[in-house]
Design a protein around this ligand. Structure first.
Ligand code: NAP
Length: 338
């Protein structure tokens, strides 16, 4: 791109008001802002793929959390893959593809220290936001470090057809789980769990009581619960634990809109079964990244691990992609392609 055609403005999604319950379009606006010229150590990047993720809902509230809330009347941000247009930083050149965190916009000026180069020849660029990015890494960490998955384990994954869940079930199987069970919110998703993602059994949690459907799918109980959902799922899983089972709290998407929070009433069963319940944040476990790249990259290259993306086109549709993902309209990772 020549000097004259370099962007001097960016279109950026802003948070206009903090959502009450489920976010609505009037809580957001897409605004045009001036782009500063990149300074020393900075990059000018044009974004090609944006990620929308459940944790962003938490940042739209100002409740205490593990991450700072978005400010009102200020830009949203999040993971993105972009192409470098201008580099004032050593190690980066125009044309490089980078993962960074100034998503929700078309162009960005950012510190190169916050950008990571990725190889477009190794995998499609969008994969660095999903199966080869945070969501794949999260599934790997949860199973490897916290579930301590063992040969023959019976594993239950909630949110199983989503970005983290669809990878988690497959990793569990590849690591020797005896039986992998998933739950998801539509019959189509249940079908894809069995046909594409090597789940042994799956059910639609909207079709009946979770505990009853889980008991049918895992009559002998479960050794591991990888929870993306919380609420009724968590209570059902606690009720199904075998001796020395492990529950990994990856997320609680059923509670992010604060709709009707249901807490488990059967925690005593953790003592009865001498089981563990653990939570984690992927960003604190990055020492597992090399093992993740080796194992998950290897399974992908060997065709042993499959992934799907639900892709929305255009910056204008970013908010819709986020709201749709929160409603469950994605299979695999929800991606916005610019
Ligand atoms: P995702 O599963 O691809 O998308 C969100 C899914 O949540 C939707 O597709 C929907 O699927 C489900 N959902 C929405 N409302 C629900 C409800 N009330 N009850 C049950 N399911 C509901 O998202 P993701 O990026 O893979 O994230 C999955 C979980 O991992 C989230 O809880 C997220 O916060 C967590 N996470 C944790 C870490 C970490 O470091 N601990 C890192 C990344 C993500 P259905 O159609 O099945 O309802």
């Amino acid at each position: 791109m020549s000097e004259q055609t370099l962007p001097t403005t960016a279109r950026v999604w802003h948070l206009d008001s903090r959502p009450e319950g489920r976010p609505v379009t009037s809580d957001f606006s897409l605004r045009q802002v001036e782009l500063p010229a990149p300074g020393p150590g900075q990059l000018l990047v044009t974004n090609e793929y944006l990620s929308v993720d459940p944790y962003m809902r938490g940042r739209m509230s100002d409740k205490k959390s593990y991450i700072e809330p978005y400010d009102v009347n200020a830009p949203l941000d999040g993971p993105a893959v972009g192409r470098v247009l201008v580099s004032n930083a050593e190690g980066f050149a125009p044309g490089d593809s980078v993962v960074h965190v100034l998503g929700w916009r078309d162009h960005a000026v950012l510190d190169a220290a916050g950008a990571q180069k990725v190889d477009p020849d190794l995998a499609p660029l969008s994969a660095y936001l999903g199966v080869l990015g945070v969501t794949g890494l999260t599934a790997y960490i949860g199973l490897e470090r916290f579930a301590k998955i063992k040969e023959g384990d019976t594993v239950f994954v909630s949110g199983a057809a989503g970005a983290v869940g669809s990878v988690a079930g497959q990793i569990a199987k590849l690591k020797g789980a005896g039986r992998v069970i998933g739950s998801a919110g539509s019959d189509d998703k249940v079908k894809s769990l069995i046909e594409e993602y090597s789940y042994d059994a799956a059910f639609n949690y909207k079709n009946g009581v979770v505990a009853e459907q889980l008991a049918q799918a895992a009559p002998d109980g479960i050794d591991v619960f990888f929870d993306n959902v919380g609420g009724e799922h968590l209570e059902a899983a606690i009720g199904a634990l075998r001796l020395h089972a492990r529950i990994v709290l990856c997320g609680m998407v059923s509670q992010y809109n604060d709709e009707k929070v249901v807490g488990p009433r059967n925690l005593w069963n953790l003592s009865v079964t001498r089981s563990d319940i653990l939570s984690f944040m992927f960003s604190e476990e990055l020492d597992l990244q090399p093992g993740f790249v080796r194992e998950v990259g290897g399974w992908l290259a060997a065709g042993k691990l499959r992934y799907r993306e639900t892709v929305r086109d255009g910056l204008d549709n970013t908010l819709d992609a986020f709201l749709s993902m929160m409603r469950g309209e994605n299979i695999g990772k929800m991606i916005v392609k610019l």
